[in-house]
Design a protein around this ligand. Sequence first.
Ligand code: UDP
Ligand code: MG
Length: 319
Amino acid sequence: MNISVVIPLFNEEESLPELSEWIARVMQANNFSYEIIFVDDGSKDNSWGIIENLAVNNPNIKGIKFRRNYGKSGGLNTGFEATQGDVIITMDADLQDSPDEIPALYKMITEDGWDLVSGWKKKRYDPLTKTIPTKLFNWATRKMSGIELHDFNCGLKAYRKEVVKNIEISGEMHRYIPVIAKWAGFSRITEREVHHQERKYGVSKFGLERFVNGFLDLMTITFVSRFGKRPMHFFGTLGTLMFFVGFMASVYLGVMKLWHVYRHVGARLLTERPSFYIALACMIIGTMFFLAGFLGELIARTSPNRNNYLIEKKKNLPA
Ligand code: UDP
Ligand code: MG
C-alpha cells in the first residue's frame, strides 16, 4: 500500500464526509493505493456514526474509537500503530489542511529520501492570539532542538513508515514529533509550504493553555533527550557544585570566627550573618540535587526500554 492517512478527531462530525471525499478524489487522480484511518478520540457527537457510514461505501476507510477523550497525541500514536502504508500522512479533521498537498509530500518521501516532511502554514488563517505565541513557540523549539522548521505543530505531515513505527507520542507531545523523530535517529527532516484554510465547521479544541503546556513539554523533552538515560550527570553536577560553594563558604565563615575569637576581636555570632544561612541552604539544596540524581538513575535502570537502540543496518549478523 502506498499511503496511510491518519486523522485524529474529536467532535468533527460536519467535516468528515467532505474530508474523506476530497482525500479519495486526490488518491484516485494519482492512482495511489491508500487507507484512511480515522481515530475518534472519544467524540460526544455523531462522528463515529458518520465514520461507520463512510466505511460502508469506501473500504479504504478504517476507524478506531476511544472510549473517552485522551488528546491528539494518543490518537496519532494509536493511528500510527495501525498503519500499513509505505508513507504515512497525518492531517487534522477540520478541513484546515488540504488533501491536495498529499502527492507532493508523498514524492518528497519516496523520491527525495526525506524521513519526515512537516507542513509549514506560511499564511495562516487563525486568530492573532494564536499566531503570535506560536511564533515564539516555534523559535524556542528551533533553538532547543536545532531543527530548522518554521511550524513544528502543523497537523499536516508526511513520514516514512520506519519513523512512525519507531517513535512514541505520549502525553501532549504531538507538538514535538519532529524533535522526537530526530532524537530517535531520523535526521532527514524538512518542511514544505502548505495551504491553510480557516476552520470551516466546529470550534478549535485547544485554548490558551496550549502555550503553557507546550512550553512545559519543551522543557521536559529537552531534559529527557539529553539526560533521560543519565540523570546523575545533570543533578550530580549541579548538586556537587552547589554543595561545594556552600561548604567552602561555611569553612570560610567558621575559620574567620575562630580567628576573631583567638585575636579577641569582637566576633559576631554566626547566626547573625546572612551569608551563613545562604551557605547552609546551598549545602542542603546541593545534597537534594545529588539525591534526585541517584533516584533518577534507579528509575532509569528499571525502565524497560533502557537498552532499546534503533539499529539501522547489520552485516553478516542474524536479523
Ligand atoms: N483533536 C483530537 N483530540 C483532542 C483535541 C483535538 O483528536 O483532544 C483533533 C481535532 O479534532 C483536529 C486536530 O486534533 O482534527 C487539531 O485540533 P484543532 O483543529 O482543534 O486545533 P487547532 O487547529 O486549533 O490547532
Ligand atoms: Mg484546526
